[in-house]
Design a protein around this ligand. Sequence first.
Ligand SMILES: C[C@@H](N)C(=O)N[C@H](C)C(=O)O
Ligand SMILES: [Zn+2]
Length: 175
Amino acid sequence: MIRLDSSIVLEIRYATDSNFMERRIYDCGRCFYRPAVARALLAVHHDLRPLGLGLKMYDCYRPGPYQQRLWDVMPDARYVAHPARGSVHSRGAAADLTVVELATGRELDMGTPYDFFGEEAYTTTTDLPEPVLKNRRTLQEAMRRRGFSTIRTEWWHFNYGGPRFPLSEWTWACP
Ligand SMILES: C[C@@H](N)C(=O)N[C@H](C)C(=O)O
Ligand SMILES: [Zn+2]
């Protein structure tokens, strides 16, 4: 993604130990997508620019075998897709992301951290401060406009509509 626009921020958490597993599972953090999905995300990023905002990616395409690693720690289908079914991430068509101020890199307050597994992170939760609800609306409206849909339990996760791409186990090279 950052080859398409280097102002998209990458913070691929599963390539760090700052994630719910508290350990690194990717050898390095890179962000790949099916071309149509990449184009749609780029459009979202550009749509946000007049507001002084842009996208920060937490996770992009997720090679199939890594789904089991997530499931081993959080075996709850509300929050992690069952490895036997596979994640839309492993189809190259899901995004875990947030919105940042372009000038400062500061994340907008979405009410919970990434991968907070609880009701405060649900997209259906309305019992949150108005600025948080506004920030979530900004993200959701920008993503919906370009063909993405939300899921109930995670404000950061979006699935791209359209063709159902196959699951993949391809893994990127690290420098
Ligand atoms: C684990 C979380 N970041 C996530 O992506 N969850 C969805 C439901 C998935 O595993 O596909
Ligand atoms: Zn996700």
